[in-house]
Design a binder for this molecule. Structure first.
Ligand SMILES: Cc1cc2nc3c(=O)[nH]c(=O)nc-3n(C[C@H](O)[C@H](O)[C@H](O)COP(=O)(O)OP(=O)(O)OC[C@H]3O[C@@H](n4cnc5c(N)ncnc54)[C@H](O)[C@@H]3O)c2cc1C
Length: 431
């Protein structure tokens, strides 16, 4: 039996909103913009001092699966392009991180969304099985913010879990999750990875091909590579790029001690990678480490169980739904929990839709989820977790929250077809 402290406190109500969005990543941005633009008094709560989630806090710059979305996703791409802050176009789209932060701030201000930074979600305010608001902690202390609809865009499903919604974690066989990765930025480098070019027979990336070659040349026959499909993508700024190659395995993104250990292990792996690059690879001889990401990238934690569970069968048949709110076309991309490579990439999926029902958690009223924590299986999640899809899910959740309020319905009772129709009117492409 653990030791406990019994707390008794009165918490001030600091604000009342129509809609509260928790988490300002790709999903939260879509949700808050959609709700704000539909005239709803909207609060966006974010633990960092900037928006973007993994885009900005994780240095995850490739926006996958954005081209078929229209709506808010297209608008963000247009906003970056208008400033000339993109480094490539087409399916592999990358952007300048500071430009993204500023663009997102401005978008929120333009539709009157209240941004509350440096604020951590602490608990759900419940009345029976209905969520009435959130408790937060920040420099001002502990406060309550109340709302008619709360949208969980924390990536981890923190709000839904605290409110009592059921969820799964990891793969069915043992609950293992995909590894985390600490992304890092290199300066003064002279290398652009060709993402389509896999010169080796075993399908490794171009960067890994050169790394393996360099190790051989240096006589490092037993060098233990951490991950066999690393990449470095160019930023729009000269001679700078971002690397994805450090995989931290076997740690939970829901445990603060394990996250603390993962951050430290990630930094050790980055140091090792930089030493390898500068010592053995001419392309990186004068390169230096500019920055590690503000936080280690967590690929997978909770998947909140909703009114519909998206499965690999749906992906294989290219499922379409009456309440389909976006189309996803990204591969199943499973970074092996206990191996050095990726799997699932060769599963022949077809473009499939996410139904609105995946955003509606079981057992809690007044709550929606969007982003990587929606309702789907381990394999399906490995496809729809990419950022282009998360923005579209967010737009659907924000739209649904506003429609539910206008029609005096709970999000569960709302007809998902109406969400889809409203999104199309907003310029989103659903098919
Ligand atoms: C290493 C790595 C590489 C990836 N590579 C790609 C890629 O190349 N292309 C791609 O498109 N996708 C990629 N992904 C997937 C993608 O980045 C995520 O699945 C996606 O960002 C999820 O979006 P989200 O909005 O659900 O969550 P997030 O992006 O994680 O955003 C969640 C937000 O909520 C905030 N938050 C969380 N908890 C709380 C709390 N309790 N209180 C207050 N705020 C909170 C966080 O600070 C964050 O801003 C990658 C992921 C990782 C980890």
């Amino acid at each position: 039996m653990g030791e406990f402290i019994h707390e008794q406190r009165q918490t001030p109500v600091a604000g009342r909103y129509d809609v509260i969005v928790v988490g300002g990543g790709p999903a939260g941005v879509g949700a808050a913009l959609a709700a704000g633009r539909m005239g709803k008094k909207t609060l966006l709560v974010e633990q960092y001092g900037f928006l973007g989630g993994m885009w900005t806090a994780g240095l995850v710059i490739p926006v996958w699966d954005w081209e078929n979305k229209g709506g808010i996703m297209q608008e963000l791409v247009d906003g970056i392009n208008a400033q000339g802050k993109n480094s490539s176009a087409g399916p592999l789209y990358t952007f300048d991180i500071e430009a993204m932060k500023l663009l997102l701030d401005r978008k929120m201000r333009s539709c009157g969304v209240d941004l509350l930074f440096h604020t951590v979600f602490a608990d759900a305010v419940l009345e029976g099985d209905t969520i009435r608001g959130i408790l937060v902690e920040n420099k001002s202390g502990r406060q309550a913010y109340l709302a008619q609809v709360v949208i969980d865009c924390t990536g981890d499903g923190d709000v839904a879990a605290r409110a009592g919604a059921p969820y799964w974690i990891g793969r069915d066989s043992d609950g293992a999750t995909q590894p985390m990765s600490l992304m890092f930025k290199l300066g003064n480098m002279d290398y652009v990875q060709n993402m389509d070019h896999f010169p080796s027979e075993d399908g490794c990336t171009e960067l890994f091909y050169y790394m393996r070659h360099a190790a051989k040349q240096a006589g490092l026959t037993d060098y233990a590579f951490n991950f066999e499909r690393p990449y470095i993508l160019r930023l729009p700024t000269p001679h700078q790029g971002i690397a994805e190659m450090t995989h931290v395995r076997g740690k939970s993104g829901l445990d603060a001690w394990e996250l603390s250990a993962a951050e430290q292990e990630g930094r050790e792996l980055v140091a090792e990678a930089m030493a390898f690059f500068t010592s053995y690879m001419p392309q990186f001889r004068d390169a230096f480490l500019e920055q590690t990401a503000p936080q280690i990238g967590v690929r997978e934690t909770r998947r909140i169980r909703g009114e519909y569970v998206l499965t690999i069968e749906d992906l294989l048949k290219g499922a379409q739904f009456d309440d389909g709110i976006c189309t996803c076309a990204f591969n199943v991309d499973i970074h092996q929990p206990d191996g050095q490579s990726q799997e699932g990439m060769d599963i022949p999926i077809r473009p499939y839709q996410i139904p609105y029902r995946c955003l509606v958690p079981l057992q809690v009223e007044g709550l929606l989820v969007a982003g990587r924590c929606i309702s789907g299986t381990y394999e399906a999640h490995a496809s729809y977790r990419v950022t282009g899809d998360c923005v579209a899910m967010g737009q659907a959740a924000g739209t649904a929250a506003a429609l539910a309020l206008e029609q005096g319905l709970t999000p569960r009772a709302l007809d998902g077809k109406r969400v889809a129709a409203a999104m199309e009117q907003q310029g989103a492409r659903l098919k």
